[in-house]
Design a protein. Structure first.
Length: 77
């Protein structure tokens, strides 16, 4: 049986250049998208945030210039 902490969750990974700034986990993709957008809209924020699925696949990155999430292109059908 998996404990709550062992269950796969969505995550946001924040980076600036080659420096890892932190990772935030949640069961809710929507909560992470809202948090990531608010984080990137802060004038003092540097770097980028990327949203990942529970299996670790990249889903989206927040485009600060367009002020929206940009979905990652997927190969295949």
């Amino acid at each position: 049986m998996l404990s709550m902490n062992d269950e796969p969750m969505f995550s946001i990974i924040a980076k600036h250049q080659d420096k890892h700034l932190g990772t935030i986990h949640s069961e809710s993709e929507e909560i992470l998208r809202s948090f990531g957008a608010a984080y990137m809209r802060d004038r003092q924020t540097v770097g980028e945030v990327n949203l990942h699925s529970p299996d670790g696949a990249a889903l989206a990155t927040f485009d600060m210039w367009q002020d929206r999430w940009t979905e990652v292109a997927r190969n295949g059908g």
